[in-house]
Design a protein around this ligand. Structure first.
Ligand code: 2P0
Length: 320
């Protein structure tokens, strides 16, 4: 069998930052995200009794496969399968967008590998499986808005779709710097948990914010959705900054964009900034305001991408 699946990346409105169990990837807080339309990963998996090891090719280049193999071990254990697999992945993320994400990668791998191994998992089970590859991947199983419940254990930590919102949400991505990350988010997350005196405050506040976000989305209160989005990101980055050694993903141009967003709001443009594990800024806005947001960033005209809500992870092709 050969199975191909497609998964889209997601951007968290309420962030995930910190694992309380690194092996099972159980987070300290719930998180809420928007899956995006334009950025996705296609992954093909073929379990094959003739193989003597797993192989992994990413965008045409053979890669060492320890993380992929460890993930496939979870699938093999569930399916009681004793075969290696050929894994081929293609990232459809605009080159150098700085958005390449483990979220779409492990969501696509979870679906393609589990299907190819003969499993027929529910979305909830797929989300739990994807979580074991990368936390944010648990959310990419779903289209549109999703919430990843922190849960109590492996069985109860999974994402689910939130009801569709009436808000025409858009993300304007400002590519401040497309270079590779100076520090991996996994490593920095662990260091924030271990050394930031603000981490416990972050946890308490962010869990509450996740609940508030669900309400703000349900009532289509964009001002509240935006405020909560910006605060979750700002507070995550504050906790990171307060780690030892002190560290920040902010670059001078990152701050420039934050200030531009504040100016936009002062002018009545609905726009809120959010950042992940890197210097790029994503501006949450509404469809009718996209052109005004873009026009307010004259220095970044050639470094803007606009994305809207994207679909759930799906099987593209199954062949015998
Ligand atoms: C998020 N990020 O909620 C947060 C906000 C980055 C900043 O999830 O270690 O690749 O694989 O579970 O999911 C990036 O971290 O981390 C991330 P692992 P992941 O989107």
């Amino acid at each position: 069998m050969t199975t191909t699946a497609r998964a889209h990346t997601n951007i968290a409105l309420i962030k995930y930052w910190g694992k309380r169990n690194a092996n099972l990837i159980l987070p300290y807080t719930s998180s809420v995200s928007l899956t995006l339309d334009d950025f996705y990963t296609d992954t093909t998996v073929a379990f094959d009794s003739d193989l003597t090891a797993d192989t992994f090719v990413l965008d045409g280049n053979p890669q060492p496969a320890p993380k992929v193999s460890a993930f496939l071990d979870l699938v093999r254990a569930q399916a009681k399968l004793n075969q290696f697999a050929r894994v081929t992945s293609v990232n459809h993320v605009p080159t150098a967008a700085g958005l390449a994400s483990s979220a779409s990668a492990y969501a696509a791998l979870a679906l393609a590998a589990s299907r190819d191994a003969g499993l027929s998992l529910s979305s909830l089970e797929l989300s739990r499986l994807a979580r074991r590859g990368s936390g944010s991947a648990s959310r990419s199983i779903f289209g549109g808005l999703a919430i990843w419940h922190r849960g109590e254990d492996d069985l109860t930590s999974f994402a689910e779709a939130l009801p569709e919102t009436r808000l025409p949400l858009r993300m304007v991505v400002v590519m401040v710097d497309a270079g590779p990350k100076p520090v991996s988010s996994r490593q920095l997350m662990a260091n924030t948990v271990a050394t930031s005196p603000y981490f416990s405050a972050w946890v308490e506040n962010n869990e509450q914010a996740a609940g508030e976000m669900v309400n703000a989305l349900a009532t289509a209160d964009f001002t509240r959705v935006g405020e909560l989005t910006e605060q979750s990101s700002a507070r995550m980055h504050a906790a990171i900054f307060a780690s030892a050694p002190a560290f920040t993903y902010f670059q001078p141009a990152t701050l420039q964009v934050w200030h531009a967003v504040q100016t936009m709001r002062a002018q009545g443009i609905p726009a809120y900034a959010t950042m992940d594990a890197g210097p790029n800024v994503k501006i949450l806005t509404l469809a009718p305001a996209v052109e005004a947001v873009k026009a307010a960033l004259p220095e970044f005209q050639d470094r803007l991408l606009v994305a809207g809500p994207g679909p759930a992870t799906k099987v593209l092709e199954e062949a015998r």
